[in-house]
Write a protein that binds this ligand. Structure first.
Ligand code: NAP
Length: 289
């Protein structure tokens, strides 16, 4: 059991709900391994209480925190500086305190691309298809842009939301020149040219175990060297990744993104390398026993 003293520095996560967050397990495992005098605490904060909570954090000297639903956008009103990455995504998931006030970024982007960088350094010829156009898709698009992908196709089920999604990137030329949006009807035509297929929808997430966003037959359309990446981390594998594995395709599940976004945040707060393996194992233990 960690000894908490008057000098122990506070980190945490704010959200509503926050009770089921996996972040405390992962961060406190890393903190214990490093032997640094920090503790990471879940803070339930309702939307109406955000201003008071942030002021309170300043008063009690919270060093930094993660942000989850519903504060990922509204937190921006409290920040002195926001990274270009977070501005592109339109959401902040990590904040830290400096002399000039709170600063924020979005480590989901780094978390998403970390396992892709392990697979290849050069993505400049890669065509990606992203299934879904919600919040996670925004971090994925920013990540694919950072990787240097040549084309990003967004596939969704709602034409109006797809148009909004495309418009929201219009002023970011580094992305908008790569991005096209498509209704899901056209997915079969896109698949044969795909190098990376990313599922950002919750289809197939626990307890919805028996569903996949694309069918086994459609999976046959992918090239044999295509990579299938599902942001979902429970179950592992999802039905989608099961189809991809059965075809012999390379797969990535959402656990690594979760670990890597957490590691990137902890590195910002502690300003030192963090034990990623410990973070990964603590999450696996928590999720799968
Ligand atoms: P979100 O903002 O609600 O977006 C979900 C997207 O999926 C929307 O575009 C939605 O379409 C689409 N969708 C939902 N149900 C669908 C269905 N039955 N058929 C087709 N499309 C459907 O959610 P999010 O925050 O982006 O999260 C999405 C998933 O990513 C969740 O499973 C979440 O756990 C996962 N995630 C994982 C990580 C990680 O670290 N591994 C990080 C973030 C998110 P409409 O807009 O048309 O409804």
């Amino acid at each position: 059991m960690k000894l908490i003293t008057g000098k122990t520095k506070l980190l945490g996560i704010i959200g509503a709900p926050v009770e089921h967050s996996l972040s405390p397990v992962m961060h406190n495992a890393a903190i214990a391994e490093l032997g640094v005098d920090y503790i990471y605490v879940p803070f339930p904060v309702q939307e109406v209480d955000l201003t008071q909570a942030i002021r309170g954090f300043e008063v009690i000297g919270v060093q930094g925190f993660n942000i989850t639903i519903p504060h990922k956008q509204s937190i921006m009103n409290f920040l002195a500086e926001i990274t270009h990455t977070a501005k592109m995504v339109g959401a902040v998931n990590t904040v830290w305190y400096t002399e000039s006030g709170w600063q924020g970024t979005n480590t989901d982007v780094e978390g998403f691309i970390a396992p892709l960088k392990e697979i290849a350094q050069d993505w400049s010829q890669a065509t990606a298809v992203v299934l879904g156009n919600g919040g996670a898709a925004r971090a994925v698009v920013a990540g694919l842009g950072q990787l240097g992908c040549t084309k990003i196709h967004i596939v969704g089920r709602d034409r109006q939301k797809l148009q909004y999604f495309a418009q929201s990137w219009q002023h970011i030329t580094e992305i908008s020149r790569l991005l096209t949006v498509h209704h899901s009807e056209t997915l079969p035509q896109l698949l044969p040219a795909v190098d990376l297929l990313v599922n950002t929808t919750p289809v197939g997430m626990y307890p919805d175990l028996d569903r996949s966003i694309i069918s086994e037959e459609l999976m046959e359309q992918l090239k044999p060297d295509a990579i299938v990446y599902d942001l979902i981390y429970t179950p592992s594998p999802t039905k989608l990744l099961g189809f991809a594995k059965a075809r012999g395709l390379k797969t990535i599940d959402g656990l690594e993104m979760l670990v890597q976004q957490g590691a990137a945040a902890l590195e910002i707060w502690l300003q030192q390398p963090v034990p990623i393996e410990t973070m990964r194992n603590s999450l696996k233990q928590q999720l799968f026993g």
